[in-house]
Design a protein around this ligand. Structure first.
Ligand code: ACO
Length: 367
């Protein structure tokens, strides 16, 4: 029987910081309102040279380095994102090429802010089935590129960034203990990016009417979120045969401090057992849980053996939770570091492109 252990973690955020004060120059709002209603003080904004794939690539390499795993050993890459670089190719394929994970299959997962949880639960099932041994699950976003900076209801909330976990199979019991993955499409209109898909391809009217930006019914999303966060946590704990008292730390989706506090109240736990960093990054969607995890580890709030719960919600509507026993690296440090693979991966990608060109010329001539 294989268990899926979380053996590596990494994050990458843009350099540019946008604080609440800067937003007051764009819309009618103020720092006091934003902090009291959301807990957010600042967020990161991707620069011109930073994209969903570039942030994902750096987070993935950092996670592989923590796990002591080379990209060549990765079997599967799942990129959970709501801001993919393109409809196709998948952002996961771009990451696969850039890190040189030449044995890996790669695909994107679309479940809005619940995407990282859905990715973890999917990776757990793939490892448990015996199909794969080493999986990269990445949450990466540049959602601020889909934010209407004239809409004060949404522009205060979102930030950019990426986080990644490495999951590895082991016969030793532990790792991911249970997962809950749920959807309710009847609430799809509550949080939506109307244009840009096949239903309404981007055109002059869609841009003119600002339909290529995020639209949200904040109050309804808030009500939904406060309902599902505690329920999903309890359901996942029951499936793992654990109680809330066994849990060292809850790492929730970082959307709003008040939603997180409401979930903690319903679970009857104090806030010192809940990870919160929404103040510094805002809502980074699929990236928020792995980024919060990296910061929880670096501040010593989780150690190997601890039980943790990841729980989130998002557009769709979607929600879910994952219970895990914290692991850490299970293989010794390699001589070549995963980050060194970046140069080798670029070389390999260039050679593949060149070979494809040469083959094209040869076959073209024959035809
Ligand atoms: N600054 C000042 N006033 C504002 C702002 C702002 N930035 N935004 C809204 N207001 C006003 C409203 O216009 C409203 O005024 P009115 O009463 O005159 O109409 C008033 O403040 C109260 O508005 P509410 O919407 O009731 O404010 P609320 O307390 O619900 O907070 C918020 C709004 C922060 C958006 C909250 O509803 C929320 O966090 N909802 C959940 C959003 C969320 O988590 N979305 C991400 C989901 S994850 C994913 O998949 C991407």
């Amino acid at each position: 029987m294989s268990y899926a252990h979380i053996t590596g973690w990494g994050m990458s955020v843009p350099k540019k910081v946008l604080d609440n004060q800067a937003i007051t120059q764009m819309v009618d709002t103020n720092d006091e309102w934003i902090v009291s209603r959301t807990g957010i003080r600042e967020r990161r904004i991707a620069g011109e040279d930073e994209t969903t794939a570039s942030l994902a690539t750096q987070a993935a390499l950092n996670a592989l380095e923590t796990a002591h795993l080379l990209p060549a050993s990765v079997d599967l890459i799942i990129v959970a994102t709501s801001s993919p670089e393109h409809t196709f190719p998948s952002t996961a394929s771009l990451v696969q090429d850039r890190i040189g994970a030449y044995r890996a299959g790669a695909y994107d997962l679309s479940a809005a802010c619940s995407g990282f949880i859905f990715g973890l639960n999917t990776a757990n099932q793939a490892i448990r089935s015996g199909d794969v041994n080493n999986v990269l699950v990445i949450g990466s976003e540049t959602l601020t590129r889909f934010v209407n900076w004239k809409d004060r209801n949404t522009c205060i909330l979102f930030g950019d960034g990426a986080g990644a976990f490495v999951l590895q199979s082991s016969e030793i019991p532990g790792g991911i203990l249970s997962g809950v993955t749920r959807s309710d499409g009847s609430g799809g209109d509550l949080l939506i990016l109307p244009a840009g898909g096949s239903f309404m391809p981007a055109n002059f009217d869609s841009v003119h009417n600002e339909l290529h930006y995020i639209q949200m019914n904040g109050r309804e999303v808030f009500r939904f979120a406060t309902k599902v966060m505690a329920n999903a946590t309890q359901e996942a704990l029951r499936a793992a045969r654990l109680s809330i008292d066994d849990v060292k730390l809850i790492i929730p989706h970082q959307a709003n401090q008040r939603i997180i506090e409401s979930a903690a109240r319903k679970l009857h736990i104090s806030m010192d057992r809940v990870m919160v960093n929404v103040d510094t990054y805002g809502n980074t969607s699929t990236a928020s849980i792995p980024i919060a995890t990296c910061e929880a580890i670096s501040s010593g709030r989780i150690a190997p053996g601890d039980k943790v719960v990841f729980v989130g919600f998002g557009a769709g509507l979607t929600w879910g939770a994952t219970v895990a026993q914290w692991s850490g690296p299970i293989v010794p440090k390699p001589l070549i570091l995963p980050t060194h693979f970046r140069f080798l991966a670029r070389l390999r990608s260039l050679l593949l492109r060149l070979t494809r060109r040469i083959e094209g010329v040869i076959w073209g001539r024959i035809e």
